[in-house]
Design a protein around this ligand. Structure first.
Ligand SMILES: [Zn+2]
Ligand SMILES: [Zn+2]
Ligand SMILES: [Zn+2]
Ligand SMILES: [Zn+2]
Length: 149
């Protein structure tokens, strides 16, 4: 019993991890204190470590030690990577032959033109339009930069 009351007293002497001011009991009772990654914050002091927006009552996701991300940034961090540019495909993306692409990155590997009616041919892990595919496969020995496996 003694132990419990000691713990309760301690909670209300905790500093906000964001602004380093004491979190008051009133603030805690009125729902202005939130707990993230086992640290307590004023509701307006908890910010996403990536975009710095206030987390508020939204969900937060722990990232590396002691920091957390808002749901948008978390999505971004965990989104599949674009096969062409290796950046996260958080925005609109296409998924083709089991890999993800930004819409703007999904184009012919050789001539960089977007595909008409999504017609493409897979060659060594990349997409080519029909013309380039034949050029690529027929002229592979003459190519200046042969694609290495
Ligand atoms: Zn604070
Ligand atoms: Zn964020
Ligand atoms: Zn991309
Ligand atoms: Zn092409």
């Amino acid at each position: 019993m003694m132990k419990n009351s000691a713990v309760n007293q301690q909670i209300y002497k905790v500093l906000c991890k964001g602004c380093n001011n004491i979190l008051t009991r009133d603030e805690a009772i009125s729902g202005k204190v939130i707990k993230l990654n086992n640290d307590l914050y004023h509701i307006n002091c908890a910010k996403c470590s990536s975009c710095e927006t206030t987390i508020g009552i939204r969900a937060a996701y722990p990232s590396s030690v002691g920091t957390f991300l808002c749901s948008e940034c978390n999505l971004m961090a965990n989104a599949p990577k674009c096969h062409a540019c290796r950046k996260s495909t958080f925005e609109k993306c296409v998924s083709a032959f089991d890999v993800h692409w930004h819409q703007s990155c999904f184009k012919c590997r050789k001539c960089s033109r977007p595909f008409q009616r999504m017609e493409y041919i897979i060659h060594k892990g990349f997409a080519y339009d029909e013309d380039c595919y034949y050029q690529e496969t027929l002229n592979i020995l003459k190519d200046d930069e042969p694609i290495k496996e």
